[in-house]
Design a protein around this ligand. Sequence first.
Ligand code: SF4
Length: 383
Amino acid sequence: MNVRDSEVICGLLQKAGYSISLDDKEADVIIFNTCSVRKHAEDRVWSLIGALKKSKNLRDSSRSGTIPIIGLVGCMAQNYKEKAFERDADVDFVVGPADIDKIPVIIKGLCVQQTKTRGQSPCGDCPRFFERKIWETEGVNRPEEIYHTGFYQDQHHAYVVISEGCSNFCSYCVVPYVRGSLRHRKHKDILTEIQEAINHGITKVTLLGQNINAYQDNQVNFTKLLYQVNALAGLKEFDFFTSHPKDAGVDSFKAIRDLEKLVKRLHLPLQSGSDRILKLMNRGYTVKEYLALIDSYRKIIKGGLLTTDIIVGFPTETDKEFMETCALVKQARFNAAYIFKYSSRPGTEAAKMVDGLKPNELEKRHKKILDLQRGISKELRSR
Ligand code: SF4
């Protein structure tokens, strides 16, 4: 989702007359498009901004050329809002995911401020504080036009957002808070965007949604949309992310089987093999229901790939419950799994729960299940 958002931002800036620099030392504007799903991702952004300070200060003091403007965009921006300026004074603007269409205007505003104030501050240069701070985090709906700038990083492959936000409120997840509630793009707009991409030479498309199976635009549900995308001339292959077990079903599995352009793969996040933990996570399904779902997927799509997400060390997860997840991994035999150590996100329900697991225990569980899955993946690959 963030890769696509970055493309959208690049496309909007190009349309406004800016060009993309491949060297941050040359850039007049540096934008961090950020993720808040795990603390580690946030820590990396702050440390990258810290590393930039040095070169920024050098250019600042040389008084030649423009002082680079630093923007914090995406989920971290939404989370921190104006507090981002307190956390790091080198950040000049903060823009949440629903406001990315405003970035060109914000940068223009900052440049005007910079020109106006240059020479007026005590040091004879642009002031570093207060006068160069803008934040936009109140947006709800993105304008449709932002998806039609024609900017794609890859010559042949395009990401296409079909729905934004999520209303599931899994207890560990910050997405509903930072990306808002689930909104669906109009199916005609989605098809137009894909057709435009095909006209640009794109042959492969990945449809994106936080909870993609829940897609609904009047009479067009997710499965119907898959059939419509498959019918587009010039498109050779497409896939989609991410399905939610409570919304995935036989209809979409049959579409995967029957549509010749649709990749025979399903990414179906499990998260835990314990019913008690799944309930605490507010996932909306049981282990039994999950197993029935993947059984039906495999019966319908012979040889179809199956991948998943797992969180290890959710608050109050006992050793026995962790072993239940391991048992499910052995039983399900996923082709691959993204296995994460639980990361507490402020503001979520899970953040209020007591997390008694010691870091070394968490490491041990993480390694154990990673090794288990690696063995299974290797065996399945060798076949
Ligand atoms: S489905 Fe759950 S984990 Fe996925 S984005 Fe929505 S709230 Fe987060």
